[in-house]
Structure formats: C-alpha cells, structure tokens
Design a binder for this molecule. Structure first.
Ligand SMILES: [Zn+2]
Length: 447
C-alpha cells in the first residue's frame, strides 16, 4: 500500500487496549499501549494469575494479547520470547491519558522509544507509580507536550487537544499526514465539567475535513446502565446525606478527581468531613497545583477533608506524612454522622472495625457491572447485605453516550469512521455514514 496507513493493533471489538500504529513513509508512531478489559484477556489472565514478570511479552504473545511487532519492546521484556529485539522502529508513542488500558503496557516498551504525554499525565503516572507497588511504567525518553501545540515526528505532525474524561489530563489527537488528517479521540465524554474542551477538539477536527476519524465507542449500542451527569451525582449524594444520622460510605474510581470534588462539595454542604485513603490524599496533593477550575481539596490544606488511616502493619515512606494525624476507625465509629468515607472495595474489611449502623448509606459512584455474573459486584453486595447498608448507584460515565457519538460523527464529517474501544462497532452504522469496522493487524490507507 502506498501512502500513509493506520494499523489497529488493539482496541478492536474490545473495550480498552487501543494500540494504533500510523505509518507514513519512513515515519512510524503509535497511539496508546495498554491491556484491554476484554473477556479475551480474562480467558487466560485474572487477578491471581498474571504474566510472569521475567517474560511478560512471551506470556502475552502466547494468547495474542500483544502485537507481534519488532523494534518496539524493551530487551528485558522480550526475555524468552521468539520475537527478536531490534533497535526501535517506532519513532514516538503518544499516550492519550493515564488509565491502565491506555498506558499499562508502557513498561514493555524500549526505553529508547520517545513517549509523548501531557504534563499532567506525566505527574499522574509518576504519582501512581510511586504509590502503587504493582504499577511500573518503566524508564523512558519522556517528551512532555503542551496543549494544542503541534509536535513533529519526521514528516508527521500531531496536535494534542485536551478532552474531558473521568481522569484529568486526557487528550484527543489530530494527526496530519502526507495525505490529509487522521483524528484519534482517545477516551472522552461530552457532558462532564470540562465538556467545552471536548467540544473545542471536535470543532478543530471538523475544520480539518479529516480523511479518517478513529473514535471510541464504550457506550455505543445497547447500554441499559443508568447514567448521571456530574451535577446529577451531586444532587443524588445531597439527597442521601440529607437527614442521614450515621456514617455515609462511598466508592469511586481511584483517579476520578471530578468525583472526589463532587463528594467533597456534598460533604461540605452536609457539614461532614470527607475521609480519603492515604493514596487518594497523595494523588490530590500532587495534582492540586496542576488543575484549574474548581480548586481540588487537599487533606492538610483544605478544610473538611482528612485522611482515614487503615489498619496496616507496615507503612510505605510516601504514606508516613499522610497518616500522621489521620482518623482511625475507632474515632470515626464514635461519631459517624460527621463523616463521608470514601472506601474502595479492596478496603472493605475496615467495615469490621467501623461497624456502620444498619441502614447507613453506601454510594456506589462507579459504572454498574457490564455483566450480570460480575464477581466483584456479588462480593460487594455480600458485604453490604452483611452490614445491612443501603445501596445507591450514582455515576457519571467517562464516555459519550450513543446519541452524542452520532452527533459528533456527523459534525466531523470524516471520509471514513473507524470505531475502536467498543464491543459493538456495528452500532455506529447509519445510512450514508462511511463506517468501516477495523480489523486487527490489517493496515488501512488514508486515501
Ligand atoms: Zn479506555
């Protein structure tokens, strides 16, 4: 094939795991590099059963869970694999945002491949790596980009645009090739607190009359799960706290800063203190200075937010200053009505010490499970039932809805539309719309 091509090395008919290779003459760049949330991966690897750290590429290639390409992987990651190490043949890896399914395989990438990220994403990755012993992104030639400033990689030009998503510092990209523009959306939503950024990205995309639009479709097709706006979550939490005479519990995604802000605001107006884990406090401390708009609450600096000290035998260095002066289960239990406690599923054993009174509210501020036989969901409900807690589902998705996707696709007017990051790519098809279903590992031209 002559002219620029795009190859989908992941994210095809699966949620997450986008790996999009753009080639134009001698120039090759890649967008995103993480594991997918696909059932295909879970057929082989689950919580307790993971690829060996001594031979990660070998173990993932065995089940086609990674692309088989040379000139990308780090020599140590290739240990025992039949794929040969070659000097890097990928000239830039762009990470759209810091979620696992977009950045989680960075540790496998050759340190000599330049990795392009937003400044906030770099801080987020550093923070996650410093506070999560299991998360390693590796050593890289980091290139931090500025919003909307074009980056040249050979003859390719990439323009990163901030978009709204459920983690701060998410980007979509315009990619200018020798034969027109390709647009890659990354993950985005249309209804969040930074929606104007998403709108500006799509407006800029439409202006380019792109040859190709690669768009995420997490919520495309049939999605019966309830979805709130961020204001809707706020109103719902207000209702839950109104007149509540006991402790209130909530769980969120660990890096959903917008949701933490919402919980904080609701707790403040109900005259409660929001209690967060040391890890969340560490994240808020690091991101606080970088985020514009509504200020981010930071334990130790902002009123009405404090750290809850989980029972632990050993503290990490980074935790020590945060746990100083933190509230213990005994203190919280003595006066539960003063607190809204953010508690992850993995920290549920704290309830054994907290002993929330029966009928205390539990706000599940995360996606509803995708499937009915979701194990985590069963376990969560077993715990809530055991303690007699009242369950409330309230979540604003990080992704655009089906009708929003429809409108955006029509507004951009690209010559070809490729759905990724979705299990239902055919749900994008409409009369007269140039939808092409991507095929794994098969290059397509931009013409
Ligand atoms: Zn994603």
């Amino acid at each position: 094939m002559t002219g620029p091509t795009v190859t989908f090395l992941g994210g095809v008919r699966e949620i997450g795991g986008n790996k999009i290779l753009v080639e134009d003459g001698p120039d090759r760049i890649l967008f995103d590099f993480g594991p997918s949330f696909s059932p295909r991966r879970e057929e082989f690897y689950v919580d307790f059963l993971q690829p060996r750290s001594s031979s990660p590429v070998e173990d993932l290639l065995e089940f086609d869970l990674l692309p088989r390409i040379e000139g990308l992987y780090a020599p140590e990651a290739l240990q025992d694999s039949d794929l040969r190490w070659r000097p890097p043949e990928v000239h830039g890896l762009f990470i759209s945002h810091a979620h696992m399914d977009h950045a989680g395989h960075l540790n496998l990438v050759d340190p000599a491949v330049p990795v392009y990220v937003g400044a906030g994403t770099k801080t987020l990755l550093d923070t996650i790596q410093a506070s999560s012993p299991a998360m390693k992104y590796g050593t890289h030639d980091w290139r931090v980009f500025a919003d909307r400033s074009p980056i040249k990689v050979g003859n390719l030009e990439v323009v990163p645009f901030p978009v709204d998503h459920s983690v701060p510092f998410a980007y979509g990209f315009l990619v200018r090739t020798s034969e027109g523009t390709m647009v890659y959306t990354g993950d985005f939503r249309h209804h969040g607190p930074r929606a104007p950024e998403t709108h500006a990205f799509f407006a800029a995309a439409a202006k380019e009359s792109p040859r190709m639009l690669i768009i995420e479709g997490t919520r495309a097709g049939s999605d019966r799960r309830k979805n709130f706006t961020e204001e809707g979550v706020r109103a719902g939490v207000d209702r839950v706290l109104d007149g509540c005479a006991s402790i209130a519990l909530a769980c969120t995604y660990p890096r959903d800063v917008d949701r933490l802000r919402t919980l904080y605001a609701a707790a403040r107006s109900a005259e409660r203190t929001l209690l967060v884990s040391p890890r969340t406090a560490f994240l808020l401390q690091a991101l606080g200075p970088l985020l514009t708009g509504e200020p981010v609450p930071v334990p130790g600096r902002s009123p009405g937010i404090a750290v809850y000290a989980r029972k632990k035998r050993r503290l990490f260095e980074w935790e020590k200053p945060l746990v100083d002066g933190a509230l213990t289960a005994r203190e919280v239990r003595a006066d539960g009505r003063r607190y809204l406690l953010a508690l992850d599923l993995m920290h549920f054993p704290e309830m054994i010490d907290l002993r929330p009174p029966r009928e205390s509210p539990f706000v599940h501020s995360m996606s509803e499970p995708f499937s009915e036989d979701d194990v985590d969901d069963k376990v969560l409900h077993n715990w809530l039932d055991h303690f007699g807690l009242r369950f409330h589902q309230m979540h604003a998705s990080g992704h655009a809805s089906g009708p929003e996707l429809d409108r955006l696709i029509d507004d951009v007017g690209a010559a070809a539309v490729y759905p990724v990051h979705t299990e239902q790519p055919e749900a994008f098809r409409r009369e007269g719309r140039p939808v092409v279903l991507p095929e794994l590992n098969r290059p397509v031209g931009l013409r």
